[in-house]
Write a protein that binds this ligand. Structure first.
Ligand code: GCW
Length: 615
C-alpha cells in the first residue's frame, strides 16, 4: 500500500504501517520507539524508564542521548511525543507533563448494522451485520493513532441504542467485547459502553422503574458480569429521556434517582456513570413561544446540584442548543459546583460541513474553553469523526480535528495555530505552512456562508447539510428563528425568554444587551430588525448579505489555495481533497444564494452593492 497516498497513515508518518508487537503497554512503547527511530533515521540513544507517574512523562537529556521517563502509559505518550518532535525537527525535551483531563474520551455513534449516526467517513470500525466484527490490524492502527494524542477511553456504540446493541452488556457479546478491550488496553485505552435504560423491563425484571429493588438488583448483576469480562471498563454512558429515548421520566422518577441507581451498580468496580444532559422537549409546537429549547438542560439539572453520587458525571454539550456553528457555552457548564461534569464536543461535522466542507474545529473549541472557568468540567468527551474509509475521516484534512481534540484533552486549552502547525508538519511536511493556513481560514468561511450571526438550524432537516432557511421552522424540534418581513431571531434576553438569566451575572448582562452582546452571537440572543445598525454602520441585513457573498468567495479561495499545492502533494491525496473542495464551493454558493434570496424575499430590501440575488 502506498501509505501517504491513501491518508491511512494520518499524522503518524514517523511510523511504519506495521503494527507494534508486545503484551503490555511498555512493550508497545519500546516497539514504537524502535520502529519510529529507524523510520526517522534518528541515531541517538533513547532510554525508556518507568516510574509511578501514571500518564505523565518527562524527556531529558542523558550523556549520550535522551531519557523518556514516565508511568505505565506515560512512557507510551512520551515515546509518541519524542517521535513527533523529531519528525517536526523540534526539540523533544520536555519538563514533566501530565494530562489536564483524567479521562479523554471519544464517543462513537456506531450502530451494530455497521452504519454510523452522523458518520461521514464510511462504515463502523467495530460493527458489521449485528456483530462485533473488525479488522484487528486496523484496530491496532486506530488505537495507536488515538494514543499518539493521548486519548484514553472510547465508547464504540451509539448513545441511541438500537437492538441488538442492548445485548452488548450480556454474554452474547461480552466475549467479543473483551477481545476489543484487550487490544485497546495495550495502548492505554479503556472501553465505555452505552446502555438501554429500559432494558430491565423486557429482559427479566418486568420494569425499569428506578424505584424498584428488582431493577437495582438487575443492574447490579449486569455490572458484575460486564466487569468480569472487562475489569477496567470506564463505566456506562447514557442518553435518557432525550429524543424519544426512555429514562427515569418514563417512570415518573427524577434523574438523580435514575442516575444514582446505575452509578451504584458500577461503584463496586470503580466504574463511572456518564449521564448526558441533552434533555429537552422534542415535541414542541412551533406556535408555542414560551418554551425556549436552550433553557432546557439548565432548567432540568441545575436544581439537582449536589444530589448525584460521586461516580455520576453529567455530560454536557458545549452549547445549549446542539453543536451549531456558533453558540455560547452552555450555562450548565458554569453551574452545579457540587456535581462532576464532562464537556462534550463534536468532532464529527454534523452541522459543520459533513467532512465534505472543510471546518477546522480548534477555533470553535478555543472559543468554548476560553469562555469557561478552568475547572468547569472534570472530564472531556467528543463525538468521533472516524469510519472505515482508508483516510479515517472522509476528508484527509479533517484528521486535523481529531489531532486537535487530543491535544486539547491533554492541555485543557485550545491553541489552534499551534495544533494546525504541528499536524501539518507531521502530515504534509512539504507544504506545512500552506496547509495550516488553509485549515485556519476554513471555519470563518463556513460560518459566513452558513446561517448568520449565531442563528443556526437553517439546514436541510435530518441530514443537516446544505441550506434550508425554514427547514426546522414549523417542526417539533424547538429550533425556530421566526423570521418575518421586518425582523428575525428569538429574544432570549431578560425582556424575552429570560435565557440570559441562566448565566453568571457578568455574562448574562453582556449577552442581554444587543449593544454589548458579541456580534457573532447577536441572533442567538436577540430578535432584531433587518435595519438594525451594527457596530460598523452596516445594517443587519447588509451584514448578512455581505457575509454570504464573502463566505462563498472564501470557499473558492480555499480551493484555489489547495490547487497551488498540486506539485507538493502526493497525486491521489491532492485529487481526493480537491474533489472535496469542489463540492464545498458548490455548497457554499448554494448557501449564499438560498439564504440571501430568502431574506430578500422576506424583507424586500436589496443588496446595497447591487450583487445578484434571485428575486
Ligand atoms: O443533534 C442530535 C443529532 C442526533 C444525536 C443527538 C444526540 C445521537 O442529530 O443524531 O443522536 O443529537 O446528541 O443525542
Amino acid at each position: 500500500m502506498n501509505i501517504i497516498d491513501t491518508g491511512a497513515a494520518a499524522w503518524l508518518t514517523y511510523l511504519p504501517m506495521e503494527i507494534p508487537q508486545g503484551e503490555t503497554t511498555q512493550d508497545i512503547a519500546r516497539s514504537e520507539l524502535r520502529a519510529g527511530l529507524s523510520s526517522l533515521g534518528f541515531a541517538a540513544k533513547v532510554d525508556v524508564i518507568e516510574d509511578d507517574k501514571g500518564e505523565g512523562f518527562e524527556i531529558t537529556q542523558s550523556q549520550d542521548g535522551y531519557v523518556i521517563k514516565g508511568g505505565k502509559t506515560g512512557v507510551l505518550y512520551g515515546v509518541y511525543h519524542f517521535l513527533s518532535a523529531i519528525a517536526r525537527e523540534e526539540s523533544p525535551l520536555t519538563p514533566f507533563t501530565a494530562p489536564h483531563y483524567p479521562l479523554r474520551m471519544i464517543n462513537h455513534w456506531d450502530n451494530m448494522d455497521g452504519s454510523v449516526e452522523r458518520g461521514y467517513a464510511g462504515r463502523s470500525l467495530f460493527f458489521k451485520n449485528h456483530q462485533l466484527d473488525y479488522d484487528e490490524q486496523r484496530i491496532h492502527r486506530y488505537a495507536r493513532m488515538l494514543a499518539s494524542v493521548s486519548i484514553n477511553a472510547i465508547c464504540p456504540n451509539n448513545v441511541n441504542v438500537h437492538p441488538p446493541m442492548d445485548l452488548l452488556i450480556t454474554k452474547t457479546y461480552l466475549p467479543q467485547l473483551k477481545k476489543l478491550a484487550d487490544i485497546l488496553r495495550l495502548y492505554g485505552i479503556r472501553l465505555l459502553l452505552t446502555i438501554e435504560y429500559s432494558m430491565p423491563s423486557y429482559h427479566g425484571a418486568g420494569t425499569a422503574d428506578p424505584h424498584e429493588k428488582t431493577v437495582h438488583t438487575w443492574w447490579e448483576e449486569r455490572a458484575a458480569e460486564v466487569y468480569r469480562y472487562i475489569p477496567d471498563l470506564v463505566g456506562f454512558l447514557v442518553k435518557a429521556d432525550s429524543e424519544y429515548r426512555p429514562g427515569p421520566f418514563t417512570y415518573g422518577r427524577s434523574h438523580t434517582q435514575g442516575a444514582n441507581m446505575l452509578a451504584r451498580a458500577l461503584a463496586p468496580y470503580g466504574g463511572k456513570l456518564f449521564w448526558r444532559c441533552f434533555v429537552y422537549n422534542c415535541k414542541q409546537d412551533w406556535r408555542d413561544t414560551e418554551t425556549d429549547r436552550p433553557k432546557a438542560a439548565f432548567a432540568t439539572y441545575a436544581p439537582l446540584d449536589g444530589e448525584f453520587d460521586d461516580n455520576v458525571v453529567l455530560q454536557i454539550k458545549n452549547g445549549p442548543l446542539d453543536f451549531q456553528v456558533r453558540e455560547p457555552a452552555s450555562p450548565l457548564l458554569y453551574a452545579m459546583p457540587n456535581t462532576n461534569k464532562a464537556l462534550e464536543l463534536q468532532i464529527a461535522q454534523e452541522y459543520t460541513g459533513h467532512q465534505i466542507d472543510l471546518f477546522y474545529l480548534a477555533q470553535l473549541w478555543r472559543d468554548v474553553l476560553t469562555q469557561l472557568p478552568k475547572g468547569a468540567a472534570q472530564y472531556i468527551a467528543a463525538v468521533g469523526n472516524l469510519g472505515d474509509d482508508d483516510n479515517w475521516c472522509g476528508h484527509d484534512l479533517a484528521q486535523a480535528n481529531l489531532y486537535a481534540y487530543g491535544r486539547i484533552a491533554w492541555l485543557g486549552e485550545s491553541h489552534p495555530e499551534q495544533f494546525a502547525a504541528e499536524w501539518a508538519r507531521l502530515t504534509y511536511p512539504q507544504a506545512a505552512e500552506e496547509v495550516a493556513d488553509i485549515l485556519l481560514a476554513s471555519p470563518a468561511a463556513y460560518e459566513k456562508y452558513a446561517a448568520p450571526l449565531g442563528l443556526g438550524f437553517m439546514v436541510n432537516p435530518h441530514i443537516h447539510y446544505g441550506p434550508s432557511p425554514e427547514g426546522y421552522e414549523f417542526s417539533l424540534w424547538g429550533t425556530y428563528h421566526r423570521a418575518d418581513q421586518t425582523a428575525i431571531g428569538v429574544d432570549r434576553s431578560s425582556r424575552g425568554t429570560g435565557f440570559t438569566g441562566q448565566y453568571p451575572d457578568q455574562f448574562g448582562a453582556l449577552f442581554d444587551d444587543p449593544a454589548t452582546c458579541p456580534e457573532k452571537l447577536l441572533l442567538f440572543f436577540h430578535r432584531l430588525r433587518y435595519d438594525h445598525v451594527m457596530a460598523d454602520g452596516r445594517t443587519l441585513l447588509q451584514r448578512i448579505y455581505d457575509d454570504h457573498f464573502n463566505g462563498a468567495q472564501e470557499a473558492e479561495a480555499l480551493k484555489a489555495a489547495w490547487e497551488q499545492l498540486k506539485d507538493k502533494m502526493p497525486e491521489r491525496t491532492f485529487e481526493r481533497v480537491l474533489a472535496r473542495f469542489e463540492r464545498q464551493v458548490k455548497n457554499a454558493r448554494e448557501w449564499r444564494d438560498v439564504i440571501n434570496t430568502y431574506f430578500y424575499r422576506k424583507s424586500g430590501i436589496s443588496d446595497a452593492r447591487g450583487r445578484m440575488i434571485y428575486s
